[in-house]
Design a protein around this ligand. Structure first.
Ligand SMILES: [Zn+2]
Ligand SMILES: [Zn+2]
Length: 169
């Protein structure tokens, strides 16, 4: 299981490879549904951009393999290092990819396709809906709404069958 301590230790190691001291909070977000991780930053006229925090999705951490998690940690650390060393927003450009290489990761794209994450994409939603006939995942909602209160009012397009709703957390 990935804890804040374990993730922080990995951030210290990866950022250290680029000569950057990692000394920011690592957080695990229980609500993120559309990204695996993120590197937060701030901007001041004097300092420019600088990194303030690295965050990971709790759902991602719970379904991904260790190797997949390490790849995403490395990617976010490359953002951290890029902000710390250049004070410029580089997004996923050449400079960012350079620091990915320094850290030793090939995960330099905007969206990493994580196999186990894709397989569990239904679990990134607080409420997931499945076709009661064929079992297909038909959609999800991040928060309570009409559909979560009255799933019986809806039907799955695939089989025109009633929905089954699972609450994931
Ligand atoms: Zn990125
Ligand atoms: Zn169906």
């Amino acid at each position: 299981m990935w804890t804040i301590e374990k993730l922080t230790a990995l951030c210290v190691e990866y950022c250290g490879r680029a000569g950057v001291e990692f000394n920011s909070p690592v957080t695990i977000n229980p609500r993120t549904t559309n990204r695996l991780g993120g590197c937060y930053y701030e901007w001041t006229p004097r300092k420019g951009y600088f990194p303030t925090q690295i965050e990971f999705s709790k759902t991602f951490l719970s379904v991904a393999s260790d190797e997949e998690v390490e790849k995403v940690v490395a990617h976010e650390c490359a953002h951290y290092v890029t902000f710390a060393l250049t004070n410029v927003r580089h997004e996923h450009d050449k400079v960012f990819r350079h620091y990915c290489k320094v850290i030793g990761t090939d995960n330099d794209k905007y969206a990493l396709v994580v196999n186990s994450y894709a397989e569990h994409s239904d679990k990134v939603f607080k409420y997931a809906f499945y076709c009661s006939k064929c079992g297909k995942f038909v959609g999800g909602r991040s928060r309570a709404c009409k559909m979560t209160k009255h799933p019986e009012w809806y039907k799955a397009n695939c089989c025109q069958a009633p929905l089954n709703m699972i609450q994931n957390w």
